[in-house]
Every structure is written in structure tokens, then in C-alpha cells.
Design a binder for this molecule. Structure first.
Ligand code: PLP
Length: 402
């Protein structure tokens, strides 16, 4: 067994990069002042927050660093965008059925308790949206559109730049928010020359620590603050700043930009090799989601007729970390809402595993997983209650191959 942890669960969280950890350290001990204090000791900390704001704004191409507001996490960004609607006449929100719960649950809450009408756009079997249906759903009373840039479970990318344009053509006043938590640092994410009004990122998904995030709010966008309190973040987010986290997010953003090309090419090659290896060696595996429009680090693979949780436990015994569905939904027994929206059969949804790579994933990590997976799957196939279905599937796959 590998002594090392083979960590292929980077969409759940990532290891903090050295640059982020080093950057944040002084703010626990030497530079612990409050940036709002009048004295120089605290006040000078503000310069480091300013630098972090510039670094984050570089990562996402904001025209002005002042458009970046530091928050506590990706979930807070979505809450801020959805709950921040100011115009009482705009009570229609458009989102998709495959958003992260931090959007879906806020939408459901607004629908149930605040009289909002929500359109939940469906996806096809590849996890893609129908842009005509989307366009038709935009109304005069639509206040906000919330569409994720990349899906956390399948990695499928939505054409959010184009969607923001369509939105403004049809209704110039509508606000467009995109949850870019799973796309920033993985593919180019740039708000410059787009009609996107708000965009959220989360530190712990891009090699910064947990507990810090940022939301881009385009200059002139009217949003009611969600965290009321002090004047921090120019009144947009009250609460003493998480200075170590913010500084680390700045450093991690700089690194994310630096590694972007590597992430797209090297990580994609590793991911594709992992997929090929698994598909070749296990007859009941299939990839979920468009293989063309996907972030390079993610693959969602179903092992039909066996249970995903069991696969995860066996992999965990081999020191391989993966995930079944999103980290937030595992722990409840509901099958993935994303795969169900794609119309994937239940027998495949239940056996779905997400592998998500990062810049720290190595060739030997992938070799190890490809080597170990067949025995795990064969063992679980042998105890599956779906023996005749598995036999039939094997015959079909063998015939196709032959
Ligand atoms: N949005 C997406 C797409 C995610 O994958 C996640 C976390 O998995 C979040 C938002 C929530 O981010 P955070 O954990 O920082 O609240």
C-alpha cells in the first residue's frame, strides 16, 4: 500500500501552497494589529490587504481592485449575491438545477419565505444548458441570474460570458452572478470585457486556507450588504478582516495565475490518462458530463451497479482520497442532484465517484490509482445484487471492443 496519501479530492478542498502559508504567518504573531485601528501598528496592516486585493483582482481580471470584497467563503459569496437584491419589483431569479447547495438552498429559501419566483434551468445528459430556454426565461421582473462557471461534481463548464451578454441584451437591468469557485485557477476566468456583475471565489479551492473567499462586485452594482456591522470592505461586508486568510488568498491567487497554463495542460493530461486507464480496465465504468467543455482537473466516473460509498471506503483503505458527489452532500444519502438532473440512471448515479486533481498531483499518483482500481471494482462487482445486469453489460462491452 502507498505510504503517501493519494489526494484526488481537490474539488472538496486543496492543500495550501507554501507561498500562501508563508505569507500569512506574520499576521498571527508580529503583525496582528487591526487594520481599522488609528495607530500605525494596526493601520499598516491595511497595506497588505490592499496588496491581496490587487492579487485577487489580477486573477479574475477586475478593472479596479476596489471591486473585490473579501468574504468568509464561497457560500457567503452566493448568499451575498442572492440575498442582496434591492429592487422589490424584481422578484424573479434564474438559476440552474445543478448549482452548488450554497446557491440552490438560498434560492429555495427566498422562494419559500420571501415570495420570490425561481426558474431552475435543467441540463441535458452531458450536463449542458439549453441557451434558447435560458433566453426565453429572462423576464422584465428578473432581478438576478445565478449560474456557476464550472460544476463542482462533473467539471462541466457553462458559457457564462455569453449568458451574461444574452441577459443584458434582453434585460439591461438584470444582475448576473457566477459562482466561479471551481473554475478560478483551473481555466482562464476573466471578467474584463464581460457583462458579469458579480463573481465568487473561495480560498480553500485554490490552495489558500479555509475560511476566506472573495466576491467581485462590478462598480455601480447595487447590492444590499448581507453582513451588516462595521465599515469594513467599504461597508459591503462588516466584520474585522481575516487578515492572515486574506493575505494568503492574495498569495494563492498570484500562484494560481502563475500555474494556470500548467494546470490546463499537465493536469489535463493526468486526468485523461486516469480516465483512459479506468475505462480500459473496468467494463462497468462510464464518464459523466461533457468531455469537451470541462475543467481539466475533474472527472466524474460511474461504476454501474455498485455502490459509490463502498468504492470510496475501499479506496480510502488504499490511501486514495476521492469523493462521491460534492463534499457538502456526501454525508447525506441523497443521490447527486447534478447527475439526476442529467438523467443518469439511478444504478449509475449511486456508483459515481469524482476524482479531482491539482498542481500537486503526480504521474505516480495516477499510476497507483489505475493499478489499484480494477481489483476494488471486481471485488464489488462480485457482491453486487445486479449480477445479470453486470453480465449483460460485460457482454455488450466485449462485443463493442471485439
Ligand atoms: N460553490 C461551489 C461550486 C463549490 O464547489 C463549493 C464548495 O464545494 C462552494 C461554492 C462553497 O464554497 P465554500 O466551501 O468556500 O463555502
Amino acid at each position: 500500500m502507498s505510504e503517501k496519501i493519494i489526494y484526488l479530492d481537490n474539488n472538496a478542498t486543496t492543500k495550501s501552497c507554501d507561498e500562501a502559508v508563508q505569507a500569512m504567518m506574520p499576521f498571527f504573531s508580529e503583525k496582528y494589529g487591526n487594520p481599522s485601528s488609528m495607530h500605525t501598528f494596526g493601520g499598516e496592516v491595511g497595506a497588505y490587504i490592499k496588496k491581496a486585493r490587487e492579487q485577487v483582482s489580477e486573477l479574475i481580471g477586475a478593472a479596479d481592485p476596489q471591486e473585490i470584497v473579501f468574504t468568509g467563503c464561497g457560500t457567503e459569496n452566493s448568499n451575498m449575491a442572492l440575498r442582496g437584491l434591492t429592487d422589490p419589483r424584481k422578484r424573479h431569479i434564474i438559476t440552474t438545477k445543478v448549482e452548488h447547495p450554497c446557491v440552490l438552498n438560498v434560492a429555495k429559501h427566498l422562494e419559500k419565505h420571501h415570495g420570490y419566483e425561481i426558474t431552475y434551468l435543467g441540463v441535458n445528459s452531458e450536463g449542458e444548458l439549453d441557451l434558447d430556454e435560458y433566453k426565453d426565461s429572462i423576464r422584465e421582473d428578473t432581478g438576478l441570474i445565478a449560474v456557476m462557471w464550472a460544476n463542482n461534481e462533473t467539471g462541466v463548464i457553462f458559457p457564462v460570458e455569453k449568458m451574461a451578454e444574452i441577459a443584458k441584451e434582453k434585460n439591461p437591468k438584470v444582475l448576473f452572478f457566477t459562482d466561479a469557485v471551481q473554475s478560478a485557477g483551473k481555466i482562464p476566468v476573466n471578467v474584463k470585457n464581460t457583462k458579469i456583475d458579480m463573481l465568487g471565489i473561495s480560498g480553500h479551492k485554490i490552495h489558500a486556507p479555509k475560511g476566506v473567499g472573495a466576491i467581485y462586485i462590478k462598480k455601480g452594482t447595487l447590492i444590499t450588504p448581507f453582513m451588516l456591522g462595521g465599515h469594513q470592505e467599504r461597508g459591503k461586508r462588516g466584520g474585522t478582516e481575516n487578515v492572515p486568510g486574506i493575505v494568503a488568498l492574495g498569495a494563492a491567487s498570484e500562484q494560481a495565475l502563475r500555474y494556470l497554463d500548467d494546470e490546463v495542460s499537465r493536469v489535463k493530461k493526468l486526468r485523461d490518462r486516469l480516465e483512459r486507464g479506468i475505462l480500459e480496465k473496468t467494463f462497468n465504468s462510464r464518464i459523466n458530463g461533457s468531455r469537451i467543455k470541462r475543467v481539466p482537473n475533474t472527472t466524474n466516473i460511474s461504476f454501474e451497479y455498485i455502490e459509490g460509498e463502498l468504492i470510496l471506503l475501499h479506496l480510502s483503505d488504499l490511501n486514495i482520497c476521492a469523493s462521491s458527489g460534492s463534499a457538502c452532500t456526501s454525508g447525506n444519502l441523497e443521490p447527486s442532484h447534478v447527475l439526476r438532473a442529467m438523467g443518469i440512471p439511478y444504478t449509475a448515479v449511486h456508483g459515481s465517484i469524482r476524482f479531482s486533481l491539482s498542481r500537486y498531483t503526480t504521474d505516480s499518483d495516477i499510476d497507483y490509482v489505475i493499478d489499484k482500481i480494477p481489483a476494488v471494482i471486481n471485488k464489488l462487482n462480485s457482491i453486487s445484487p445486479f449480477q445479470s445486469e453486470l453480465r449483460e453489460l460485460k457482454e455488450i462491452k466485449t462485443a463493442v471492443k471485439g
